[in-house]
Ligand binder design. Structure first.
Ligand code: AMP
Ligand code: ZN
Length: 467
């Protein structure tokens, strides 16, 4: 069945198939590891995960690279401000490599909690300085780059067309620019490929231009080329990457290889909070841990992301996310009900659902509609193991770990037992040690009245919330 993806480069939905017919080569812009990733960032990686899973569901192999930016990402995308890693290192009074290691580990822990598949290749920027330097030297040799007192800059006037990805006019950008244009640059939108390091800069490497460090865009061009070649299938990122980061990646690749590196450029829209931008000053930049503290599991957040198409804005509020947590419980209960069902469903009906699901996910990853199909099956009054098997198959795309539904449900029953109930439980244990059966029964009834059931087994006593 044909797959259609929206391509930012052509501004239309196009039929997708990999260049070599079987292995899809993807590059995804990964995290800058100077701080905790927030739920907005994770919307981008949930989209990336769904893309991977849909391609695999269609029978393709994957060669997927995601970078870890641990150097060169300045505070502003337009080469202004400090390197984010160095700034964090100074603030936390630590070595930038230590900072990178710490936040990278937490990032992958969170990815696992969201059941996001790890791309085949994780490429750390500081492990690829040699490739980046060679790329920049190639651009200088081809006449696309020049030296200033600050570093090596890309000369956009050498290109046949700039920009190609965003439809912004370069002149308009200049008029609207808030910062003074660097007088040494040949064109205001020339950008840094390689930056000469100030004296106190920690991360710096030897180069023909003295101790220096790479710009942010060059890492993705150099690592993408190293692992995926001059032309690969898909490049992903957030919409904020379109006007600068991805535009400049394309410029760099055209300067070196003459080619736009990826056929498809796919971008995920932003997550908003309470109808507006997430920002530190508003105190609404949430992490998965903060959601969990409010009773929202990482997988409930993933389900929440499926409520909107990846190309539309998604508004996060705690109320809607809590409602999604309840929906996840219903989904798990529905799955278990189907698992224990004994009715016989005609093969045609199963096939019909399969086709509808495939058609939906292949239509530019239409996850809200795909979830509509899932809910129809879950809520079907006919219960059948065949439906449970079908849901497990669809979960290859959803990645909601439905196979462990029973485990999650029983865990949920055991958490949040109020202290009062726990104390009564301890009293009852004591009563039983003292063989005071009357008191034991009395306490059991009391706990029961409070909405909890006590279960006695050979392993001891457990308590569950009544459902
Ligand atoms: P960064 O670590 O800042 O380089 O960002 C990592 C990824 O998260 C990039 O793909 C960004 O485009 C994406 N991103 C950042 N903020 C949001 C947001 N609010 N919603 C969705 N994606 C975001
Ligand atoms: Zn990138």
């Amino acid at each position: 069945m044909a797959i259609q993806f929206y391509n930012t480069l052509t501004r239309e939905k196009q039929n997708f198939s990999p260049i070599d017919g079987k292995t899809v080569r993807i590059y995804s812009c990964g995290p800058t590891v100077y701080s905790y990733a927030h739920i907005g960032n994770f919307r981008a990686y949930i989209f990336m995960d769904t893309l991977r899973r849909v391609l695999k569901y269609n029978g393709y192999n994957l060669k997927h690279v995601m970078n870890i930016t641990d150097v060169g990402h300045l505070e502003s995308d337009s080469d202004e401000g400090e390197d984010k890693m160095e700034k964090a290192a100074r603030k936390e009074n630590k070595d930038p490599y230590e900072i990178a290691k710490y936040y990278t580990e937490i990032f992958f822990r969170d990815m696992q909690r969201l059941n996001i598949e790890k791309p085949e290749i994780i490429a750390k920027a500081t492990d690829h300085i040699k490739e980046m330097l060679e790329f920049v030297q190639g651009l200088v040799k081809n006449g696309y780059a020049y030296e200033t007192s600050k570093g090596i800059y890309f000369d956009i006037s050498k290109l046949d067309k700039y920009p190609v990805l965003s439809n912004r006019k370069v002149d308009e950008q200049i008029a609207g620019a808030r910062v003074d244009v660097d007088k040494e640059k040949k064109n205001p939108y020339d950008f840094a490929l390689w930056i000469k390091a100030p004296e106190n800069h920690i991360m710096k490497w030897d180069s023909p231009w003295g101790l220096s460090y790479p710009g942010w865009h060059i890492e993705c061009s150099a690592m993408g080329r190293k692992y995926l070649g001059d032309e690969f299938d898909i490049h992903t990122g957030g919409i904020d990457h379109i006007p600068t980061h991805h535009e400049n990646e394309i410029a760099q690749s055209k300067g070196l290889t003459g080619k736009i590196p990826a056929k498809f450029w796919m971008h995920v829209e932003f997550l908003q909070v309470d109808g507006g931008k997430m920002s530190k000053s508003l105190g609404n930049v949430y992490t998965l841990d903060e959601l969990q503290e409010k009773g929202i599991e990482p997988l409930a957040y993933k389900l929440f992301c499926f409520t909107a198409h990846y190309r539309t804005k998604l508004n996060f509020t705690f109320d809607t996310a809590l409602a999604t947590q309840t929906a996840l419980t219903r989904l798990r209960e529905g799955f278990v009900k189907q698992l224990n069902g004994t009715e016989k469903i005609e093969n045609e009906k199963i096939k019909e659902y399969e086709n509808k699901f495939l058609e939906t996910i292949n239509d530019d990853l239409n996850m809200p509609a795909a979830m509509g199909i899932v809910w129809e099956i879950v809520r079907n009054s006919k219960t059948s193991k065949q439906y449970a098997d079908l849901l497990l198959k669809f979960d290859e795309v959803l990645g909601l770990d439905l196979a462990n539904s029973e485990k999650y449900l029983s865990e949920a029953k055991n958490i949040n037992i109020p202290e009062e109930v726990q104390n009564l439980l301890e009293e009852r244990k004591q009563a039983r040690i003292e063989k005071n059966w009357a008191l034991s029964d009395e306490i059991r009834d009391k706990i029961n009245e409070m909405g909890y059931i006590v279960k006695d087994s050979k392993d001891g006593m457990t308590v569950e919330k009544k459902v």
